[in-house]
Write a protein that binds this ligand. Structure first.
Ligand SMILES: NC(=O)c1ccc[n+]([C@@H]2O[C@H](COP(=O)([O-])OP(=O)(O)OC[C@H]3O[C@@H](n4cnc5c(N)ncnc54)[C@H](OP(=O)(O)O)[C@@H]3O)[C@@H](O)[C@H]2O)c1
Length: 248
């Protein structure tokens, strides 16, 4: 069984919704302390209300795209407030459907900021050995199946998620010397507010690819928790597809 203790402090970004919320709840239920980051205070407070150990969940309101260059300092400030980190699950993200014909540079920038630059610079902060516990530290980034194959309208999102997988693999290599593990999860469609914002017709057209139905946020959360835990101590630099049966 996977269990943590409250001295094990993890950052979870995107904790106000969907996959990040499920991950923060599960991690907290299993005994860890969670720094829950997002912009929406009300939804973060509801996360605290719903968790098993509310004293071990700490809310941080933050727009991760506000000053990306400063994110390593932000991680340092969190370390000074809470203590050294055992790891992070980076779940924050946006997904905008837009054909390339009407895509502007600003659209690319918005997508890459939250889906690529911010996770890389949060990771840069985390792997700084002044901010983590060394051996036992594990970082998980939620990429997407879109990194490998995607639908029309997702050229920029796919690019950002593919870049994230590629860079995290290199960072995993660079972090071996400090005994830090780094992995990505590539989910296909998961039933979250992000998915619910998609057109019903699109979702209906995809259902036949999912013999077990669309995923649940907990399906991703359990994988993330495994990758944080010492049960995965032999695993680093990997990209795990979660797509309900290899339909792609
Ligand atoms: N759902 C899927 O089918 C699916 C499939 C593959 C991959 N993914 C990936 O999984 C991750 C989580 O997606 P989800 O489905 O759980 O989405 P979601 O329910 O929409 O949650 C997205 C989270 O990102 C946070 N966020 C967005 N912009 C932010 C910013 N500038 N600063 C800080 N936080 C920000 C949001 O918090 P606030 O709004 O409170 O800031 C929210 O907590 C994303 O990276 C997504 O690309 C999702």
């Amino acid at each position: 069984m996977i269990a943590f203790n409250k001295e094990q402090i993890y950052i979870v970004t995107g904790a106000s919704s969907g996959i990040g919320r499920a991950t923060a709840l599960l991690l907290n239920n299993l005994g860890a302390s969670v720094i829950a980051i997002a912009r929406n205070k009300q939804r973060l407070e509801s996360l605290k209300t719903d968790c098993k150990n509310p004293n071990n969940i700490y809310i941080e309101i933050k727009d991760l795209c506000e000053n990306i260059n400063d994110l390593p300092n932000y991680v340092k400030s969190l370390k000074e407030k809470y203590g050294k980190f055992f790891g992070m699950v980076y779940c924050a993200g946006v997904s905008e459907l837009k054909p390339i014909a009407i895509t502007e540079y600003e659209d690319m920038e918005r997508d890459f900021n939250i889906n690529y630059y911010a996770p890389i610079f949060m990771t840069k902060g985390l792997i700084d050995k002044r901010n983590n516990v060394g051996y036992g530290t594990s970082i998980v980034a939620i990429s997407s199946i879109a990194a490998i194959c995607s639908d029309k309208g997702h050229s920029i999102y796919s690019g950002a998620k593919a870049a994230l997988c590629a860079s995290m693999k290199v960072i995993a290599n660079e972090s071996v010397k400090n005994k830090i593990r780094v992995n990505c999860i590539l989910p296909s469609i998961i039933d979250t507010p992000m998915t619910n914002a998609s057109e019903e017709e699109y979702l209906r057209s995809q259902l036949h690819l999912y013999p077990f139905g669309f995923g649940n946020p907990n399906d991703v959360a359990h994988m993330a928790i495994f990758l944080l835990s010492n049960k995965s101590a032999f695993i680093s630099g990997q990209n795990y597809i979660l797509d309900s049966g290899g339909v792609r």
